[in-house]
Design a protein around this ligand. Structure first.
Ligand code: NAP
Ligand code: COA
Length: 267
């Protein structure tokens, strides 16, 4: 089976309303599409109205209900407005994905304080804002929050001090939220993707064929991941199979955090 075929039973997300931030391109948009194909109702937010409209059109074409709003997650009142709009349109929220991020390679000695702050605010404050604004309205028996983190959260990385600090914050944030909100029937987890082919993130961090090859050769699994690999992990976290899972970081990384496997010989 190729990983573009879902291994899950049909209509796993029927009756669920999902609020997804940063889901108008790349990995998170693929998660939205995957959830829609499983019958979910979808609300997406990101800064660009064009990207929101384009995503909503793709989702509606799959035959499900979808809507969205152009929102910068750094603004709490704007996130709150989008949550209220989602509730007005669809009446409930069962699942939240906090997926947005900002990234560019830059040395700590070369970037401005505002450059550092912009990534902290998009990744960490944005994740807090989305979770905080949604939680009062989240399903109290089957509520589910997923943040998207990165391997930079757990090991130092050249020219990524802003991203490492922001994503490390996201990892700890979701653990704290899981501890606080578990008794209210809400699970909180994060997915850490490895290098995923055909994404903005990879374009920014490994933009040449040579860098891509180097990255691929360093991985234990010796191949880049796909957006569907991450969408499947998200779907699993939403499924009854993950009902006892909270406060975890699910690494879908092809072995990134294990270290450099480029010297490993094939058996
Ligand atoms: P992407 O295509 O650039 O997606 C980023 C999304 O976030 C877009 O929808 C963007 O839309 C939105 N966004 C950015 N800033 C925002 C803001 N301030 N407010 C609201 N929305 C905002 O990136 P990707 O490469 O697929 O990465 C997606 C996630 O996976 C990120 O969390 C990233 O850290 C993580 N990740 C990616 C990789 C990889 O290999 N690509 C590896 C590890 C982790 P607008 O421009 O319209 O705002
Ligand atoms: N190197 C160093 N500094 C940079 C930079 C780079 N490549 N790109 C932006 N900055 C700095 C800017 O100069 C600015 O600092 P200053 O005010 O001191 O000049 C600061 O970062 C904010 O930039 P700005 O363009 O105003 O921010 P924004 O909020 O419009 O955009 C970014 C945020 C910079 C993260 C932008 O790259 C973005 O929108 N990214 C989203 C998509 C993405 O990164 N996807 C990959 C996810 S893995």
């Amino acid at each position: 089976m190729s990983n573009t075929d879902t291994p899950f039973k049909d209509n796993l997300m029927a009756g669920k309303v999902c609020f997804l931030s940063g889901a108008t391109s790349g990995i998170n948009r693929q998660i939205a599409v995957r959830f829609a194909k499983q019958g979910a109702t979808i609300y997406v937010v990101s800064r660009s109205l064009d990207k929101v409209n384009d995503t909503v059109a793709e989702l509606e074409a799959l035959g499900i209900k979808a809507a969205g709003k152009n929102v910068d997650v750094r603004s709490y009142p704007d996130v709150e407005e989008a949550i209220n709009d989602c509730l007005e349109k669809f009446g409930q929220i069962d699942m939240v994905l906090a997926g947005q991020a900002g990234n560019f390679p830059a040395g700590a000695a070369q970037m401005s304080a505002n450059a550092f702050k912009s990534v902290i605010d998009i990744d960490l404050l944005g994740t807090f804002n989305v979770c905080r604004a949604a939680v009062e309205h989240l399903n109290r028996t089957d509520g589910n929050i997923i943040a998207i983190t990165a391997p930079q959260a757990t090991r130092p990385w050249l020219y990524q001090s802003h991203v490492c600090a922001a994503k490390a914050g996201v990892n700890m944030l979701i653990k704290c939220l899981a501890l606080e909100w578990g008794p209210s029937g809400i699970r909180v987890n994060a997915i850490s993707p490895g290098p995923i082919a055909d994404t903005e993130g990879m374009k920014r961090l490994a933009g040449t064929a040579e860098m891509l090859e180097q990255t691929t050769n360093s991985l234990a699994l010796r191949e880049l991941g796909t957006k569907d690999d991450i969408a499947d992990a998200a779907l699993w976290l939403c499924s009854p199979a993950a009902r006892y899972v909270t406060g975890t970081i699910i690494e879908v990384e092809g072995g990134t955090s294990l270290g450099d496997a480029s010297g490993a010989l094939k058996l």
